[in-house]
Design a protein around this ligand. Structure first.
Ligand SMILES: [Zn+2]
Length: 1053
């Protein structure tokens, strides 16, 4: 290699600053706790290494130890010294005059050189300067490094440069490495700058045995005097072939200042680079230079060294450490990590985003609201809005987990919703929680006509509507049933996912509202929805009692504010988990529940997606009922949805429609004892009278009243095929009206069923409802009764239908005393021992819904009594007597009015009374359904005398004579010459030729042979006594003789 070719100007690789985040943490701490507003220069320590592999920048590092006075560089690294200028504001940082601070730092180097201090401690040659500003609100750091070095007045020229491995064979390098190793062994660490005492010059050759020694700079004079060959060396952070690192600049200044006189024109330099390779240390990439230092004699105080930024321009850098240092961000990432662990470790298919991105609206910030909000935080939900109108009471904090004693005050306490939102932010600052103080308008709480109050309510409705609009999941957690209505309706209109939670004393209900399949659901990933036509019910569709469980069940009282403390926590947790499961289901809120199945279809990765969860702490039971939407539901039916869409707010102002319902109390199998054996074969209410099941007569009468929209049958017959078949056929026949059977789980007395199913009765907010005993026969003018009730209902709550009875007979019934002028009932006695009144209770009533509240009070009273007498298992709190516990108290409060009917009326207690009822209903067909009455056809068919009903499927010989008062059932066969009078022939019976049936009921599939005579004793009210009633007395007289009556042939099996 020629000298000319290598003679060029030496260029140095500048340092690149690297800062470990630990330094910024220390800086933030020091700024807050030590420096505060002091922005004077602070001492720092840094380090660099000569072990980096080729291609890496020439790094200079500072880390968390930078502020420590006795900081030692990490192993195989070399110390540097610096000054920190941390400014208080970004303006100070920007406007800081950089020249003097760089000079100040350079001067420290110059002083160390001139004083000789740098010879003793050569690390003083490597200095740096850090100008910074720490924005501790945003965890943003602005900084600018400088590595001061002297500007040589004349550039240093290179005489020789090469890789060490190109100049020397392995022996040289091995000797050097051994020397370094020995030095390290004796002195612990290698200095940044040192000299190598060698038998040969760097670029010379030597054949003798090579032994090198590493010496300190301070040994120069001695070695020089002894005539040793001296090579200057330093640990070089640069990794670039041909270019030495920044530390060489100041090193050359030192060498020039102190020793240029002794040295010939050139000095030998080794840029010692030492990296591990294949398990060994390798120094072959070190550089060798022969440099001319004669030009560096006088070093002017002219320094350089500001670092370029990422854009390769002279300017500051910025680092954003919010993710690492901001406790809020730290909490966020920790929460997310926690959730992700669940996904990574247990459920790879879990889509956390679907849950955490949900915006949740919590209507109610009480026990449920607080607990649900906390559970939502756990799932990483960050958008939570709470709505409540109340303030924190002293009793709240122990149960309502977002409140503290300090939130209460004798002056009224903090407003719940904002206080809860505030606390959520304290628990997790990353949450976007809002608390809105707002009362939810309730239907049935009349809005005053005054324009300002209408405007105020409209404002509230608008706010709620906006809230429902802007959230994905709506939680209904209010205390009252009414306040759930508007949000239910709005959520249905807006097609939002609703979760409803209600608590009882020791029971809870968690349910999701159904959604129509054509709804656009944000959370559902799948556009293909289930084909299922049926829609799940909403809170207002559903009864709030568990179906079909033991008599120990207590009903769920939604108004109940006193519940066992754990109930709310259990229900809240279940509600949030239900939401999570449903959001994971491919069909989202459209997912069909199938609690029994764990197939993929029926569950999400988190498990099943039930419609409702009803739990009972009293006996540790949980049920998962599914109920369909109710077509006339006030919360979710198409009717209300389209009405609201059409009329908007105006719809809410309209007075509730005058809608009525009817309840038919059908009793149960243990009743109807006097109706045996007929009641063994068919539930008594379905016993056919005048061709129709007994209760169908009531249904038919009701179906003619426009206001009546629903008929509920309540009783404790188990749901059977017969009942089901009857309901189906009645629904078909009277399709303008909804007909449902609500079975009691046990005999609840005459009124317990009304209480048990009060939510079903109240659904749709009826004005009033009829109550019929199934076993009465009457042709009441219901229209008149509706009118009568409306006239009296301003004061009254109950209309009782009565009829006249003879004095003696009246005592077998409930007797009502009436104020003849006002029709107010003034006295009521059930089966009095002496005469009270000739007005008797017909077993037909009209109740206003407020009667159900009264039943609630009775229920609670019973429960208290039961609590006192806890061993009395039979005393079901729900068992309520209509006569004693409704009529008697109401009559004494003056809220019962008497409607008197003059129409024929009878109870159906016995076979004989069935025959009498048959007669009454048949004769009524003249007015209502004359097509049902058989007629004599000219020259054909049987001879009909009086009122006769013949089922279309029956065959009656043309020579038979039927009537009066005869019903021929389905598939009955009547032979030639048969005579039937005052009788009911039940389906499937056969009456053979020439038989005679009088005053009898012929059972199902019975066979009456030829020439037989079946004759009972006619039994009916005394036709000469006005208002006389059927007496359904005992079957036997006092002497044990059968009292003659209607003959009954039982079912033939
Ligand atoms: Zn509904």
């Amino acid at each position: 290699m020629s000298e000319d070719k290598d003679r060029h100007i030496l260029q140095f690789v500048p340092f690149l600053s690297t800062i470990e985040s630990g330094f910024w943490t220390k800086l933030a701490e020091a700024k807050l706790n030590i420096f505060k507003l002091d922005d004077s220069r602070k001492v720092l320590n840094g380090f660099y290494t000569n072990s980096d592999t080729e291609g890496l920048p020439c790094r200079h590092s500072i880390d968390f130890g930078a502020f420590e006075m006795k900081n030692k560089a990490p192993p195989l690294c070399f110390s540097s010294h610096g000054g920190l200028h941390n400014k208080n504001t970004i303006e100070d940082f920007k406007s800081c005059d950089k020249k003097p601070i760089l000079e100040e730092e350079a001067k420290l180097i110059w002083n160390a050189i001139t004083s000789g201090e740098a010879i003793l401690s050569p690390d003083l040659l490597v200095r740096f300067l850090l100008l910074s500003f720490a924005d501790l609100k945003k965890y943003m750091f602005y900084y600018w490094f400088a590595f001061p070095a002297f500007v040589h007045s004349v550039p240093v020229t290179v005489c020789h440069s090469n890789l060490l491995s190109d100049v020397h064979n392995g022996k040289f390098m091995e000797a050097l490495q051994n020397a370094v190793q020995l030095y390290r062994k004796e002195n612990q660490f290698l200095p940044n700058f040192f000299i190598i005492c060698s038998p040969t010059t760097l670029f010379g050759s030597c054949n003798s045995e090579l032994t090198m020694t590493i010496c300190k700079l301070k040994d120069f004079e001695l070695l020089y005097q002894q005539g040793h060959k001296i090579i200057f060396a330093y640990c070089d952070p640069s990794t670039i072939p041909g270019y030495p690192g920044w530390p060489l600049r100041n090193y050359l200044s030192l060498i020039a200042y102190h020793w240029s006189a002794q040295l010939s024109q050139t000095v030998d330099i080794i840029c010692y680079r030492d990296r591990p390779q294949d398990g060994k240390r390798n120094i072959s990439h070190s550089l060798c230079f022969s440099l001319n230092v004669s030009t560096i004699k006088e070093c002017p105080l002219n320094s350089t060294g500001w670092e370029k930024n990422k854009a390769n321009k002279y300017g500051p850098r910025r680092v954003d450490l919010a993710e690492d240092m901001d406790p809020v961000k730290l909490a966020e990432s920790s929460v997310n990590l926690n959730l992700k662990l669940m996904k990574w470790r247990l459920m790879p298919s879990l889509d956390l985003k679907k849950i955490s991105s949900c915006k949740c609206l919590l209507l109610g910030a009480g026990t449920l609201g607080c607990n649900i909000a906390r559970a939502l935080l756990g799932w990483g939900v960050t958008n939570i809005t709470l709505v409540d109108y109340g303030t924190v009471a002293f009793s709240n904090p122990v149960r309502q987990t977002l409140f503290e004693f300090s939130d209460c005050s004798t002056a009224g306490g903090k407003s719940k919703a904002p206080a809860a939102a505030e606390r959520l932010k304290k628990i997790f600052p990353g949450v976007n929680a809002e608390g809105i103080e707002l009362s939810i308008p309730m239907p049935g709480h009349p809005i005053s006509d005054r324009a300002e109050s209408v405007a105020r309510v409209k404002k509230d409705v608008d706010r709620i509507e906006n809230l429902v609009d802007s959230h994905d999941v709506i939680y209904l957690l209010m205390d009252t049933r009414e306040s759930r209505w508007l949000p239910t309706l709005l959520a249905t209109v807006k097609r939002k996912f609703v979760i409803n939670v209600a608590l009882g004393f020791d029971s809870y209900l968690v349910m999701r509202h159904g959604m129509n399949s054509h709804q656009n659901i944000p959370c559902s990933s799948s556009s293909e929805s289930s084909d299922q036509e049926s829609k799940l019910g909403c809170y207002f569709c559903n009864d709030v009692v568990a179906p079909g469980n033991s008599m120990k069940d207590r009903t769920l009282d939604q108004q109940c504010t006193v519940s066992r403390p754990g109930v709310s926590m259990i229900a809240s947790a279940l509600a949030v988990e239900l939401m999570a499961s449903i959001l994971q289901h491919p069909h989202g809120p459209l997912a069909l529940p199938n609690p029994g199945s764990l197939s993929d279809e029926a569950s999400s990765c988190l498990g099943p997606v039930p419609h409702q969860i009803r739990g009972f702490l009293s006996h540790n039971q949980i049920f998962y009922p599914t109920t369909e939407a109710y077509g006339k539901c006030t919360g979710c039916s198409d009717f209300v949805v389209s009405a609201y869409k059409e009329k908007g707010f105006q719809f809410l102002l309209e007075p509730p429609a005058n809608m009525w319902k009817a309840v038919i109390l059908i009793g149960g199998p243990e009743k109807g004892t006097r109706f045996r054996p007929l009641s063994f074969d068919v539930p008594k209410p379905l016993f056919p009278v005048a061709g129709l099941p007994m209760i169908q007569h009531h249904i038919e009468t009701c179906s003619k009243i426009d206001q009546i929209k629903e008929i509920l049958l309540i009783g404790f017959y188990p749901k059977s095929e017969e009942i089901e078949k009857f309901i189906q056929s009645a629904r078909k026949q009277y399709n303008s009206i909804i007909i449902r059977y609500l079975p009691e789980h046990t005999a609840l007395g005459t009124a317990g069923g009304l209480y048990h199913y009060r939510d079903q009765i109240e659904a749709g907010s009826p004005t009033a409802f009829f109550v019929f005993n199934a076993d009465v026969c009457c042709n009441l003018a219901l229209k008149d009764i509706v009118e009568f009730h409306q006239e009296t209902c301003a004061v009254g709550a109950i209309t009782i239908v009565t009829t006249e009875a003879p004095h003696q007979e009246s005592m077998s019934y409930g007797c009502v005393v009436e104020n003849a002028e006002t029709h107010e009932a003034t006295h009521y006695v059930e089966k009095p021992e002496t005469f009270v009144s000739s007005l008797i209770n017909c077993g037909v009533y009209v109740f206003k819904p407020e009667v159900l509240n009264h039943l609630g009070n009775i229920f609670r009273k019973h429960q208290n009594e039961r609590f006192i007498d806890m061993y009395d298992e039979d005393a079901a709190a729900e068992k309520i007597s209509l006569e004693k516990e409704i009529l008697v108290p109401y009559v004494s409060s003056g809220k019962m009015f008497v409607y008197k009917t003059t129409k024929p009326w009878s109870q159906i207690k016995s076979a004989a009374s069935a025959i009498f009822a048959n007669k009454l209903y048949l004769s009524n067909y003249h007015k209502t359904n004359s097509h049902r009455l058989a007629r004599n056809a000219p020259n054909a068919g049987p001879l009909i005398s009086g009122d006769v009903f013949i089922h279309e499927t029956a065959t009656v010989h043309s020579s038979a004579v039927l009537g009066p008062n005869v019903t021929i059932g389905e598939d009955v066969k009547i032979g030639p010459g048969v005579r039937v009078c005052n009788s009911i022939i039940l389906p499937g019976a056969v009456i053979e030729n020439h038989s005679c049936v009088l005053n009898a009921i012929i059972g199902w599939q019975s066979y009456v042979g030829e020439w037989s005579r079946v004759e009972g004793t006619a039994h009916q009210p005394n036709p000469n006594a006005p208002y006389a009633k059927m007496i359904s007395g005992a079957l036997f007289d006092e002497e044990g003789r059968l009292i003659p009556s209607i003959t009954v042939l039982g079912k033939c099996k």
